[in-house]
Design a protein. Structure first.
Length: 615
């Protein structure tokens, strides 16, 4: 092989996903490569090239646009231009060098014949950007399952032995005494040497006490026959899936066909000392703010651990948000212990990311209070004292005060229900800039504690108005389109133009927030009550506002961006750095950068659709 061909061989071998190919396949690609040089401003493909080609960029830069000259993305040195092999559906693109550019080109058919036995490589250039992104999200979710500690742990590490049994002819009373004496929540019912069923404390309550049965009847009358069992050779994850799917909490464990022990959902949930269930339970038992502060220090560790296990960003967000709610509820109860019962009903509301269940560790707090219309002026001192205790407590636990003062301590956001209704009426019917800013916060609300109907009634009236107010939706759409994905990023730098993050992507404001905004618009247009972004997109899927394909693409983009954000913040937390949303492209692999571009392209496409509708 000549020096030049060896150089091309090494160049292609270093590019993902071609680095997965054996040398023989790379050599076949090299034999079919042609070198072309295009000047700045000339359009690809070069003159005389008729068949679809894939281009490897050796030197220079390319930009590709829609027919309307909207930028869709850029390619830098070492990138692969795949748009001619599998163009995006319903989209005609123009690819133009931004500077004199040297390319290695191979016919897509020739490349396909070489990599046909390597599906992951073949998919990369034969799929659209949205299809590639979906494939990557599926892979991430599969890896999250495989990385689970329960998946890699044997049932043998969990089950309790020996199992306590009782003959099926024994009375219900005997079973109850036995369970009480041993402090067991279940017994295995046997018929001699055979397994007959299982009886649990739940069976005693529902099938005996609630039905008024005679306690002297045989336990077989209330047992569950044909009980589910699991072999000891299965994993703890298999046990959890079986119990979850069958809606059972106790699972007998068999070894060599014999009853060996019992495993419970509680056993599995307590497998990790640091998990959301245990943390929430510990928070609920705290008796002081100091105790809550101590517990809150575990929150970053939980986020790190979840990221290490490959947990999806959606799961991380829901877990952290649930724990934040637990802190809030405990502080509200502390306030009630200190100030006495509330004078009238109220609803403590979470707003923003916490309401959407998309919060990461130690975000700032956004909250408010809806109070019953029966409230008297003198009642406000109680609610102000309660709000102050809760907000100060959250701040002490690391949830910093909202920079925009969107907190229940602010008189404006601690009001009777009728005032809140007036707020929403004004925001919808007079969509001036401040109203649109409030919409991004207060149209995402969730009741954390108190009378949820106070919120539901306001939301129901608000959704009736947003569904028929096209002017409001148009203004909201225009406001949402101000946040644009950084389609021009390449060569390890992006569009953050100043400050310490000049070479970083703002994942939140240029990636995640635009999807959140779009999902909110679809929900308000269709009268959807959900506030979680993925749930909004799922419920809007197939409606006049959003096609099923577009919804799936946005969900994939959202999950991929969230995964990058979660992993980035975990790395910062491990290094003792305050987490942020600015990701330097050099932190991720070249292939991840391609998927990132695919995600940004999905967002851009949906924003363009929105702009054409309301522009």
């Amino acid at each position: 092989m000549s020096t030049e061909l060896a150089d091309i061989h090494d160049f292609i071998k270093a590019i993902e996903p071609f680095d997965q190919l054996p040398d023989a396949s790379i050599a076949s690609i090299v034999r079919n490569i042609s070198i072309c040089y295009v000047r700045a401003g000339e359009q690809l493909p070069p003159a005389g090239v008729q068949q679809p080609m894939l281009y490897f960029l050796r030197k220079g830069a390319l930009a590709y646009f829609t027919e309307q000259d909207e930028l869709l993305g850029k390619y830098g040195e070492g990138d692969i231009c795949t748009v001619f092999c599998k163009p995006d559906e319903n989209l005609t693109v123009k690819v133009i060098p931004e500077e004199d550019t040297l390319l290695c080109a191979i016919a897509c058919d020739d490349l396909k014949s070489v990599v046909n036995d390597f599906p992951s490589v073949l998919r990369f250039f034969m799929q659209t950007g949205a299809q590639r992104l979906k494939q990557q999200v599926v892979k991430i979710n599969e890896e999250a399952i495989m990385a689970s500690t329960l998946m890699n742990t044997s049932i043998e590490d969990f089950y309790h032995a020996p199992v306590v049994t009782i003959e099926q002819c024994a009375s219900i009373k005997e079973a109850a005494f036995k369970m009480t004496e041993l402090n067991y929540s279940c017994l295995v019912v046997v018929d001699g040497d055979k397994l007959a069923g299982i009886v649990t404390d739940k069976d005693l309550r529902r099938r005996c006490v609630a039905q008024g049965l005679d306690f002297n009847l045989p336990v077989s009358d209330i047992m569950t026959p044909n009980m589910e069992v699991i072999d000891i050779n299965y994993s703890a994850h298999d046990a959890l899936i079986k119990m979850t799917s069958q809606h059972i909490h106790h699972l007998p464990v068999m070894k060599n066909g014999e009853l060996a022990g019992m495993i419970t959902v509680t056993d599995l949930m307590n497998q990790e000392g640091l998990n959301a269930v245990n943390m929430s339970s510990t928070i609920g038992k705290a008796t002081s703010v100091e105790e809550l502060i101590s517990i809150s220090k575990m929150l970053p560790k939980l986020q790190i651990r979840m990221a290490k296990l490959g947990t999806t960003a959606d799961h991380v967000g829901k877990t952290i948000s649930a724990i934040t709610c637990a802190f809030t509820v405990r502080l509200i109860k502390m306030a009630k212990q200190k100030y006495g019962p509330e004078p009238v009903p109220f609803a403590w509301l979470a707003a923003g990311s916490q309401a959407r269940q998309e919060q990461f560790a130690h975000s700032d707090q956004d909250n408010a209070l809806i109070i019953s219309n029966d409230m008297q002026p003198e009642d406000d001192i109680w609610f102000k004292n309660m709000a102050t205790l809760v907000s100060d407590g959250l701040a002490a636990c690391g949830f910093i005060y909202c920079p925009g003062d969107v907190m229940a301590t602010n008189d404006k956001w601690r009001q009777p229900q009728r005032i809140w209704q007036n707020y929403f009426d004004r925001w919808v019917n007079t969509p001036e800039p401040m109203a649109l800013m409030h919409s991004s916060v207060f149209f995402d609300l969730n009741c954390v504690f108190g009378d949820v109907n106070l919120l539901k009634e306001v939301q129901a009236n608000m959704l009736k108005q947003t569904q028929r107010n096209t002017l409001f939706i148009a203004h909201l759409s225009g406001n949402a389109l101000k946040l644009r994905p950084p389609l021009g990023f390449f060569r390890d730098f992006v569009l953050v133009s100043s400050g310490k993050n000049i070479k970083a992507l703002d994942l939140k404001h240029n990636g995640i927030a635009p999807i959140v905004d779009l999902a909110r618009i679809y929900a308000l247009s269709e009268g959807i009550t959900a506030v979680n972004t993925i749930e909004r997109l799922k419920q809007a899927s197939g409606t006049p506002s959003l096609s099923k394909t577009s919804a799936a693409n946005l969900i994939d983009a959202y999950e991929f961006l969230g995964m990058l954000r979660a992993e980035h913040q975990a790395r910062q937390l491990l290094d003792g750095i305050e987490p942020d949303n600015f990701l330097a492209p050099k932190e991720i692999s070249r292939l991840e950068r391609e998927h990132l571009k695919d995600a940004f392209k999905v967002i851009k496409t949906m924003q363009s659709n929105r702009q054409s509708t309301y522009g």
